[in-house]
Design a binder for this molecule. Structure first.
Ligand code: F6P
Length: 532
């Protein structure tokens, strides 16, 4: 029997045991929660009992999590299918030297970071200005990892923003670039073209549209562009001067890149000091991840809860539910982080995975979700593990009563999911409301909540830059640990390539320059319709 078998056997044995029953006796909440760096991660409202946790920890040990973790931090080429190191952590641990291929990569990282700071200061102070004066608006053009991180972060840290307004264009749908640029003044706008490869069709197409928009009103549009990329040549070909190009190495994965130059728009918005606090939060989580024993290790236990729910219990999705409006883009960000990283079908050695890989990740901020899809989470036939996030304190002291309401809702949802409502309780409610049989019985059945639905809760003091950095790094390491346990490469994304290739081939067909020959009947039907 393998540890996987042991886990499945143990889970099946206790499948009907109510989670609530686990709270009888010992201090369940204290023993199944972790406090670190001011955060509290509570996973006591899951069906993981002491034996399940022991098995999960043994699984993490047997999978070599600790060794892979150290290999990642040391700059080993753990992204084997691309032959690359995985060192986004270096971007937030600027004082630690790291060698890749025998060369210390940190002097260059530090130099670029210093250039970013100088540029951000100059733009924020007005020393670098547009044709029409001080830069009032920054437009980041990028997609995937070159968009989701900074877009989410600028929203999350809005209370700290004291620089130019930030905007994000990602979709190749011309509506996006049109609607974002329309209200802006090109003479006071700075455009950042963010693309690791500087070849992504969406980004390059939008960048050209933005340059044309700028050129109509600005004599030297290139002077109001900056670029963030690993590729120097195409940035020069696009007409962006070298001093406005902020490079990074190929060992920073797109979805892990917000800590470096891809975070330039965030740095412009909140300033270098707050950005440094964001990096410090990430670095603090790195230290915790490297130093805490597995059972007290927040990313490790968050990952093991994920493995328990997905691979052991068979729950195919997980909902991320931030009770924090400013984290409204977190689910979208995590969709890329988790699903692009762990949505794989083969193991590192190319053999088919013996079990499912990463779950479907989705979510919306509370309390909005409560009035939309929570119905299914409470009473639907599928179990959806929920991950709640909530701050102790908001940023609006005069609206503290609203924060209390928010918190009460968050805690209530987790409690309701676990506790449920029995038929007897529902009958009593209906009877108190004046219903009598047979109507009472029918009505009562609709008001039953099965309960026993798992959730975790992550509490944090306040969504400051530091805390936000901790939370992002927590999720990054969670994805890493799950990937190691599943035996996959979390750092490539070959699954996005086929669609890109076919889109390139379809564009000339849609333009009428090439025939639909060789395409399947459905694609031909759709092309014919679009041709009008
Ligand atoms: O297509 C997927 C992807 O490669 C992501 O991994 C990446 O974040 C995104 O496209 C954007 O890529 P780039 O930064 O090179 O434009």
């Amino acid at each position: 029997m393998t540890l996987w078998d042991d886990l499945r056997h143990h889970q099946a044995l206790h499948a009907d045991r109510p989670i609530l029953a686990l709270f009888e006796g010992a201090d369940r909440a204290g023993r199944f929660s972790i406090r670190a760096g001011g955060l509290l991660f509570d996973y006591s409202k899951t069906s993981i009992d002491p034996h399940a946790r022991d098995l999960l920890i043994r699984l993490a040990e047997a999978s070599g999590v600790a060794g892979r973790r150290e290999a990642m931090f040391a700059g080993a080429k753990i992204n084997e299918t691309e032959g690359r190191a995985v060192l986004h952590t270096a971007l937030r641990n600027l004082d630690t030297d790291i060698d890749v291929d025998g060369e210390n990569v940190m002097p260059e990282v530090r130099a670029t970071h210093a250039r970013m700071e100088a540029f951000a200061e100059a733009v924020r102070s007005g020393r670098i200005a547009g044709q029409g004066g001080r830069i009032t608006d920054v437009v980041n053009i990028g997609i995937g990892g070159s968009d989701l991180g900074p877009a989410m972060a600028c929203l999350a840290l809005a209370p700290y923003a004291d620089g130019p307004r930030t905007h994000f264009v990602s979709n190749v749908d011309g509506a996006h670039v049109h609607d974002v640029l329309a209200p802006l003044d090109p003479a006071t706008t700075l455009v950042i073209v963010a693309s690791k490869t500087f070849t992504t069709v969406e980004t390059m197409t939008n960048a050209e549209a933005a340059r044309a928009w700028m050129a109509k009103a600005v004599a030297d549009p290139g002077a109001q562009f900056a670029a963030v990329s690993t590729a120097a040549e195409p940035t020069a070909a696009f007409g962006i001067a070298a001093e406005r190009v902020f490079g990074f190495a190929d060992w920073v994965g797109g979805r892990y890149s917000v800590w470096g130059p891809v975070g330039l728009s965030l740095m412009l918005a909140i300033g270098p000091e707050a950005f440094t606090a964001f990096l410090a939060g990430g670095a603090a989580m790195d230290r915790h991840f490297r130093e805490a024993p597995l059972v007290e290790n927040m990313p490790v236990m968050l990952a093991l809860v994920g493995i328990w729910h997905n691979q052991i219990c068979g729950h195919a999705t997980r909902a991320v539910l931030p009770y924090e409006q400013r984290l409204s883009r977190l689910p979208a960000y995590l969709q890329q982080l988790e699903m692009e990283s762990n949505g794989k079908r083969v193991a590192m050695d190319g053999t088919e995975l013996p079990r499912h890989s990463g779950p479907v990740v989705w979510g919306e901020p509370g309390t909005n979700g409560q009035h939309a899809f929570y119905q299914l989470i409470h009473q639907g036939t599928r179990v959806i593990p929920c991950e709640f996030l909530l701050a102790r304190e908001g940023h609006e002291p005069t609206l503290a009563h609203q924060h209390r309401l928010l918190a009460a809702n968050c805690l209530a949802q987790a409690e309701a999911l676990m506790r449920g409502r029995t038929l007897a309780e529902a009958r009593a409610l209906m009877s108190a409301a004046g219903f009598a049989c047979p109507d009472l019985e029918r009505q009562a059945r609709h008001r039953v909540f099965p309960g026993n639905r798992p959730s975790t809760t992550l509490l944090y003091p306040k969504l400051t830059p530091f805390t936000f950095g901790q939370i992002l790094a927590l999720y990054e390491h969670r994805v890493f640990v799950e990937g190691v346990i599943l035996g996959i490469n979390s750092f490539d994304q070959w699954g996005v390539e086929l669609g890109k290739e076919l889109a390139l081939a379809l564009e000339p067909i849609l333009a009428g320059r090439e025939p639909t020959e060789g395409k399947d009947g459905s694609t031909r039907l759709l092309v014919d319709y679009l041709a009008g």
